[in-house]
Write a protein that binds this ligand. Structure first.
Ligand SMILES: [Zn+2]
Ligand SMILES: [Zn+2]
Length: 437
């Protein structure tokens, strides 16, 4: 190789590698494999495509084995690790020993009604992959992560929680999924399971409008710390004080999983209000939202409380999130409070296709600085603003900068003034502070 070219190549690699490493977790495929572990390994699976048409694809041979009309497909386990496939009660059509993909084809709504082992039926979006395993048949739902979240979020949070709490929960659940994509790697042929072990997923039946809206409003957004998706753990009710991850699980310090008062010092904890709302009780008068909150940090091992807690007490307090949302804080502020120092980033599948992979992730909150109290309003950084301007110029998104900012921030207290503050925010200002309580 010509030495000049080699030098240029080296320079190129040096220039792109740190940026690329930073955003690598953002490159994950939007289609994920969810093991339908809760269905067990039944001997038969029955599939009914909503469109009346099915495409059956052999993964090993990389070819379609059936494409056409089908009211019901029955897949049965056979001896010797094989399975047979019958379309509409005709005689067994095919024998296979490897994974087959079943996809409904046609007009929306496209989904698959599934009966595993003759029990209750479930409906799934995306594709169903069936393969012989241990004498039975394993079902895996290959589904768009955004569709997956539409079912997961209602299973994880109170269904009538306000929008901002739903959105914070959605971002926490999306981050958790992206962080744990290798949780079942190895001998298992899926990435996440459908049980509590990962996140409870039960298909279309669990979807509700308010959560679906939260998924759309936060499309592709996750929280990162350094170059990794943050460990966005959450629990039901912290008892007034979030505890440090070390107090719950030992291990090493996680800077954004610290112990702190779940509220504004001098006020009742956020989860006090959230729980009242959930129980439909006469709520105490809600306090006004603060322009800034000083996170009242506790010692690493401290576990004091003001009321009975439910769950491990680390990370986001879900009742607290409901309380904060009812008071008027937006989802970005909730996440900045419960995971201080994390940054918001957008998965590459959700950003404009013209953006190069190595472009810095969209950052809307700066790292915490001790002993300073600053605005909780989460501003986009100048990179994001230039990206937004570019987007509005290309007209691909068809939305103005103002509209995009409106979407980023849904707070009731938002005003033209705070929008302006966001636009003129500079990287020197921290997003949220902590102090010792
Ligand atoms: Zn799992
Ligand atoms: Zn709480």
């Amino acid at each position: 190789m010509n030495s000049n070219i080699r030098l240029l190549f080296l320079l190129f690699v040096l220039l792109i590698s740190p940026a690329y490493a930073q955003s690598s977790c953002l490159n994950a495929d939007r289609n994920i494999r969810i093991g339908l572990v809760s269905q067990g390994l039944p001997e038969t699976w029955k599939i009914e495509p909503s469109t009346g048409f099915i495409e059956i694809f052999d993964v090993k041979k990389r070819q379609s084995v059936y494409s056409g009309k089908a009211a019901q497909i029955v897949i049965s386990a056979m001896k010797g690790g094989k399975m047979k496939v019958a379309v509409d009660e005709r005689k067994s059509l095919y024998y296979f020993s490897n994974e087959l993909l079943f996809s409904a084809v046609g007009r929306a709504p496209i989904n698959l009604k599934v009966l595993a082992g003759g029990k209750k039926s479930y409906s799934y979006r995306g594709t169903l992959a069936i393969s012989p395993q241990k004498g039975g048949l394993r079902g895996v739902n290959i589904v768009d992560i955004e569709d997956y979240l539409k079912s997961v979020v209602p299973s994880e949070i109170y269904n009538r929680a306000p929008d901002a709490a739903q959105q914070a929960q959605t971002i926490a659940a999306r981050t958790y999924a992206v962080r744990n994509l290798k949780r079942h790697s190895g001998s298992e042929n899926f990435q996440l399971c459908d049980k509590v072990h990962c996140q409870v997923y039960s298909g279309i039946a669990r979807e509700i409008k308010v959560a679906t809206n939260a998924v759309k409003a936060t499309n592709g957004k996750i929280l990162i710390y350094g170059s990794e998706p943050a460990n966005t753990v959450y629990h039901s009710n912290c008892g007034g004080y979030i505890i440090d991850s070390r107090a719950a699980w030992k291990g090493s310090e996680v800077p954004y999983l610290i112990g702190h008062y779940d509220g504004v010092v001098g006020q009742k904890p956020f989860c006090h209000f959230g729980k009242q709302i959930k129980l439909n009780q006469n709520t105490d008068k809600l306090p006004k939202p603060q322009a800034s909150i000083t996170i009242a940090k506790m010692q690493a091992q401290a576990t004091k409380s003001t009321h009975k807690n439910f769950g491990h007490r680390v990370g986001m307090c879900q009742d607290g999130a409901i309380g904060m949302a009812a008071i008027g804080y937006n989802s970005r502020q909730l996440l900045a409070f419960y995971y201080p120092g994390t940054k918001m980033a957008t998965m590459n599948y959700a950003v404009d296709g013209s953006q190069p992979v190595e472009e810095a992730p969209v950052v809307v909150a700066a790292a915490p600085r001790p002993t300073q109290t600053v605005s909780l309003v989460a501003p986009p950084n100048p990179t994001q603003i230039s990206a937004l301007q570019r987007n509005s110029k290309t007209g691909q998104s068809g939305r103005s900068i103002k509209d995009t900012l409106k979407q980023v921030s849904t707070s009731r207290i938002d005003s033209a003034a705070t929008s302006l503050r966001k636009i003129f925010w500079t990287p020197g200002q921290p997003g949220i502070s902590r102090s010792i309580y």
